[in-house]
Write a protein that binds this ligand. Structure first.
Ligand code: GLU
Length: 512
């Protein structure tokens, strides 16, 4: 058989926002397609009309745009295997349902939901299969005439797949190896419903994977139980020799390790489980997203890539292109991957460090402007240079850096009590006079002159610097003092010093 071009697909059902686990599935598909020079198809599986949520498809597309995961073909991208929305492929599925019926590989069943419920009550662990189908109301137990008559009378029916018992079903999984299941444990799954004239997920999924020439099915572990049925469907249609290879990805687990990751874990521990913020059209509920929380898309990709796969080396930082080279689906783990969201924050920090000061400044500048400060990009970049290693997110810069742009409005009482001594007014007045006398206000010159003065006077350096910091920053934290004063410049530094010398002693007397 000729080597087929690798073709994979991401096939979400538009039932709500895309879960972060779905993003990882799409990412692994993308990496697999790219590294094999293959195609990546975007298909919408919307045959379950009851669960359809408006806006979900657009949300999913926007998520991938933000993340930089590109498709070659599919809904909104076009291609030769369309339409790519299953709701637009009804006639195609009907033809294949008919084929299975004609070949006796599927049958029509009229059992109502009430009748099925009654059976479930009557028989423990009831399943519709070779043993029970003979007791049910279907085309195998009634005459063709009766069956045709019921359909002609408009009675609703479903089409069920007729699973032969006693067969070993082999699923070839790139992560799990060969998975073998006895057909006896499978039930005669519904493939089509007359009520909405739509196929179920299973039929549409297989027909489309075949028609779209999919070679590898990479999807979440929750689909592993469906895989034997999918293999049998491929065989029933006579497509066994183009059966895709499967890869069922490990589950994403709660950060604590036990149980499946859920939205509630995110709410409880304060991390998003969706790529973008999601506004539920029905309830109006808003769920946080990685984008709006200030994550870089590269950081999200890098974080997700390592949840369930590892390169077998110490390397942790990977660009998307590096991932394409390094990724190996067969190295994915079978065991679930703990969703260590702190690691996601760590990645974001690393990406802040790896980006240039200019890039971060571009992102920080609008925040500075929104706080009513008119500063040049150049000076904002200087601040970013001094401070970016202290934050995980760009939005954390403002609270940490506002003193560079705005003089303190108040002085932290605890720091005042601890750092402002009886002699601080005198020392700060002398310091102000010294700084006033400097023509060269560079960091180096200030440092040299101030150090000499401290030494000549026999002052404690800590006393001087702590009080000085309080006057310029208003709190006891920040970068190097002369970094700050050099940035503020002579005029602003002196202004803040003089004001503090005046105001802080009044605070002390009132607080005593
Ligand atoms: N529509 C399914 C989902 O929502 C696709 C599963 C598969 O990839 O086969 O995940």
């Amino acid at each position: 058989m000729a080597e087929r071009k690798v073709r994979v697909r991401f096939a979400p059902s538009p039932t709500g926002p895309l879960h972060i686990g779905g993003v990882r599935t799409a990412l692994y598909n993308y990496l697999f397609a790219r590294q094999h020079g293959g195609d990546f198809v975007f298909r919408i599986e919307d045959t379950d009309t009851n669960r359809f949520v408006p806006g979900a498809e657009a949300y999913i597309l926007e998520s991938f745009k933000w993340l930089g995961i590109q498709f070659d073909e599919g809904v909104s991208f076009g291609g030769e295997h369309g339409p790519y929305r299953q709701s637009e492929r009804r006639d195609i599925y009907k033809k294949y349902v008919k084929q299975l019926l004609e070949e006796g590989k599927a049958y029509i069943a009229f059992d109502t939901p009430e009748e099925l419920d009654a059976k479930r009550k009557e028989i423990d662990n009831f399943q519709y299969d070779a043993h029970t189908r003979t007791q049910m109301r279907n085309s195998l137990t009634m005459s063709k005439e009766e069956c045709d008559q019921r359909i002609a009378d408009g009675e609703q029916f479903v089409v069920r797949f007729k699973i032969e018992p006693g067969v070993e079903v082999h699923v070839q999984d790139m992560i799990r190896g060969e998975v073998i299941v006895k057909s006896d444990i499978l039930d005669d799954k519904v493939l089509y419903k007359s009520a909405d004239e739509l196929p179920t997920y299973h039929l549409a999924n297989i027909v489309d994977d075949h028609l779209m020439e999919i070679t590898h099915v990479i999807r979440g572990e929750e689909w592993l139980p469906s895989a034997p049925l999918h293999v049998l469907l491929y065989q029933a249609f006579g497509w066994a020799d183009t059966m895709p290879l499967f890869a069922h990805l490990p589950l994403l687990l709660k950060p604590e390790g036990k149980g499946k990751l859920s939205k509630r874990d995110g709410d409880r521990l304060g991390f998003p489980v969706f790529p973008l913020e999601w506004h539920d059209p029905k309830s109006g509920e808003v769920s946080s997203g990685y984008r709006e929380s200030g994550y870089f898309p590269e950081a999200v990709i890098n974080f997700l890539a390592l949840l369930g796969w590892n390169p077998g080396t110490d390397q942790e930082l990977f660009s998307l292109d590096e991932l394409v080279d390094a990724f190996d689906i067969t190295r994915c783990s079978k065991a679930g991957a703990k969703f260590d969201y702190q690691k996601g924050i760590w990645f974001n920090h690393e990406y802040i460090l790896s980006k240039s000061d200019d890039e971060i400044a571009e992102l920080f500048a609008p925040i500075v402007a929104n706080n009513g400060v008119d500063e040049s990009l150049e000076r904002i970049t200087q601040v970013v240079h001094m401070m970016k290693d202290r934050v995980d997110f760009v939005k954390e810069l403002w609270p940490l850096c506002s003193f560079f742009f705005v003089a303190p409005l108040e002085y932290d009482p605890k720091t005042v009590r601890k750092r402002w001594k009886d002699y601080s007014v005198q020392q700060m007045t002398e310091l102000a006079a010294l700084l006033e006398s400097l023509d060269d206000f560079s960091l180096e010159n200030q440092e040299e002159k101030v150090m000499k003065w401290v030494e000549d006077k026999g002052y404690k350096l800590g006393d001087v610097m702590n009080a000085f910091r309080l006057t310029l920053v208003g709190i006891g934290k920040g970068p190097g003092m002369f970094d700050i004063s050099a940035f503020l410049g002579k005029e602003e530094t002196l202004k803040r010093l003089h004001k503090a010398i005046e105001v802080i002693p009044t605070l002390q007397s009132t607080s005593e």
